[in-house]
Design a protein around this ligand. Structure first.
Ligand code: KG4
Ligand code: ZN
Length: 339
């Protein structure tokens, strides 16, 4: 399966094999990040992203095919992200996939980007259904119950910002650069997390939703109350913020696992984490503690497969193809597409 991903600021293509037993193998996985294109703007500029996908996608596909040691006509089918995401970029990838499918006479699989994240743990760790997924990226923060391919139940989501977005906004107001998540994590290591007491919005409510915008405002007010900010102030604010979000994610995960246990009494409890924020070590450590305490198995795929990539799209396409589930060439790209 050739997989194409262009829904945000990564131009990516990969070749993935799914064998008759359902085991997956990544044969090639090429990602070109557009960090440089967007650096000056402190965030992803949709029009620039779409243009860069146009400029690079053919080369990235050619490289993925060549690294796999195959010819393009050898693939069984072509999968591309068809949403949700920045629509200009999605159109570039999906239209390219349609053209290849038409020219080669191969089936097209129009993949939901979130389904790509949701199924990655089956590619990397052969995780059986059902499992609970926590997706925490720049665009999404949600708990999804994954019952099977195409069988997803959203248990909770963010009512405002995504978690990665909150990291990015905090980084921006602390002048730490973009993308902010890794910068905030590094700054937090030198900080005192107890100096600033930040709120944990929604946490007293018994629901699996997230809210980060009040926390972000509290961080902004703290930063504005000190002028000029010293390096140590920045580290302490970053540490206080990271502790707050880690607490929020840990508490919600504990609740979600209780619900999973109740719904699947007697079944092994499995949890997978996806999205760029899964690379955060403080959050990862908290998730390990919470899952251990609940007797759950935790799978966090390697960082390169947690962030956007072509292999996750190829794999989701392969799982769908195995069920005979392909799409017509007039499939319309979807800027919004809940699982
Ligand atoms: O999944 P991803 O690569 O792209 C999508 O949003 O789909 O996630 C990117 C997000 C960004 O917001 C980035 O700041 C965040 O993941 N991120 C992190 C870390 N590494 C990446 N957030 C916190 N700590 C990190 N180490
Ligand atoms: Zn993503």
């Amino acid at each position: 399966m050739l997989g194409i991903e262009t829904s945000c600021d990564e131009t990516a293509a990969a070749i993935v094999v799914r064998d008759a037993q359902g085991a997956g193998r990544i044969v090639s996985n090429v990602v070109r990040s557009q960090l440089d294109e967007h650096a000056a703007f402190g965030g992803v500029v949709p029009e620039l992203a779409a243009r860069a996908h146009v400029a690079w996608l053919d080369h990235i596909i050619a490289q993925a095919v060549s690294e796999a040691g195959i010819e393009l006509r050898d693939v069984d089918a072509i999968a591309a992200t068809a949403g949700p995401g920045l629509i200009g970029g999605v159109l570039v990838g999906l239209t390219t996939a349609k053209a290849l499918a038409a020219a080669l006479g191969k089936p097209l699989v129009a993949v939901n980007h979130l389904e790509g994240h949701a199924l990655t743990a089956r590619l990397t760790n052969a995780v059986p259904f059902p499992y609970l997924m926590l997706l925490v990226s720049g665009g999404h923060s949600q708990f999804v119950l994954v019952r099977g391919v195409g069988q997803y139940e959203r248990w909770g989501t963010t009512i405002d910002d995504a978690l990665g977005e909150a990291f990015d906004k905090v980084a921006k107001l602390l002048d730490l650069g973009h993308p902010g998540g890794p910068q905030v994590e590094i700054a937090a290591r030198s900080g005192d997390p107890s100096r600033f007491k930040f709120p944990r919005p929604l946490l007293r409510e018994e629901r699996l939703d997230f809210s980060f915008s009040g926390l972000k405002t509290a961080v902004r007010l703290a930063a504005e109350s000190i002028a000029p900010l010293t390096d140590q102030d920045v580290y302490d604010i970053a540490a206080g913020f990271q502790l707050a979000v880690t607490d929020i994610v840990a508490t919600r995960t504990r609740q979600a696992l209780v619900r999973f246990k109740a719904e699947f009494a007697g079944e092994p409890i499995r949890m997978v984490v996806a999205g760029g924020v899964a690379a955060n070590r403080a959050i990862g450590a908290a998730l390990r503690a919470v899952t251990e305490e609940a007797g759950a198995e935790l799978v966090i795929p390697p960082p390169a497969l947690c962030t956007d990539n072509g292999a996750m799209v190829a794999w989701a396409g392969a799982e769908r193809l195995a069920l005979g589930d392909t799409d017509r060439l007039d499939f319309v790209a979807r800027p919004r597409w809940p699982l």
